[in-house]
Write a protein that binds this ligand. Structure first.
Ligand code: B16
Ligand code: MG
Length: 212
């Protein structure tokens, strides 16, 4: 039986995926590097420096210092994008999904690769609904490695086999499965072919369906 749930943030509980895309697009444009929404798909769930590496590809002109500068510039633009965020920026049904899990007595963790996640859940006033927020800076490897979901299970004190992971990104679904958990995909079957269940959006979250 299900004892815990680990939620991704960006693209699952709120539409920061758009904000990330706009900030990366600004950076890519400023460098004259081609970037569009199709290429952006591969960045979802991938951490900041990993995302930058995907954008820069094998261009040798950017050493570590320069890459850190570029990542910081992108984050400044991203912080501008989310400066106005509040409870209204939660996807419809996001708070209700968390409340369903609480009412069922499940442990709830936030498993976001974003270093801005604590700021976002505070601004959207759902921080109190989480038992644990995993700090991605504390992990050896980002998604698709299982580390963040294993950390979620460990801090909740729940065996991974009794956990559900909720993700919008292929790298995230891979990470959930690598951790030995069942994966609920938020999006389309075409985008997330390996998810154990698919819902189009978090408003369709129905805990009873994933408890089998
Ligand atoms: P930051 P998630 C991920 O969050 C995003 O999907 C990804 O696009 C972003 O690059 C990453 O967080 C790092 O975010 O730059 O704020 O640390 O989907 O795992 O909640
Ligand atoms: Mg995501």
């Amino acid at each position: 039986t299900l004892k815990g749930v680990a939620f991704d943030l960006d693209g699952v509980l709120t539409d920061t995926a758009r904000a990330h895309y706009r900030a990366w697009k600004k950076l890519a444009d400023s460098l004259g590097i081609p970037f569009d929404e199709e290429r952006n798909e591969a960045l979802k769930g991938v951490d900041r420096m990993g995302s930058l590496a995907l954008i820069l590809g094998d261009r040798p002109a950017y050493d570590l210092t320069e890459r850190q500068r570029l990542a910081a510039r992108k984050n400044d633009w991203y912080l501008e994008e989310i400066a106005h965020f509040g409870p209204a920026d939660l996807f419809p049904g996001a708070r209700a999904a968390l409340e369903q899990c609480r009412a069922a007595g499940l442990g709830i963790a936030l498993a976001s690769a974003s270093r801005n996640a604590p700021l976002l859940i505070a601004r959207m006033q759902v921080a109190d609904l989480f038992d644990a927020v995993i700090d991605p800076a504390s992990l050896a490897a980002g998604k698709p490695a299982p580390d963040i979901f294993l950390a979620a299970a460990a801090v909740l004190g729940v065996h991974p086999a009794a956990m559900l992971g909720v993700e919008d990104a292929p790298a995230g679904v891979q990470a959930i499965h690598a951790a030995g958990m069942k994966a609920l995909g938020v999006g389309t079957r075409a985008a997330l072919p390996d998810a154990d269940w698919i819902i189009p959006a978090i408003r369709d979250f129905d805990l009873a369906a994933y408890s089998a």
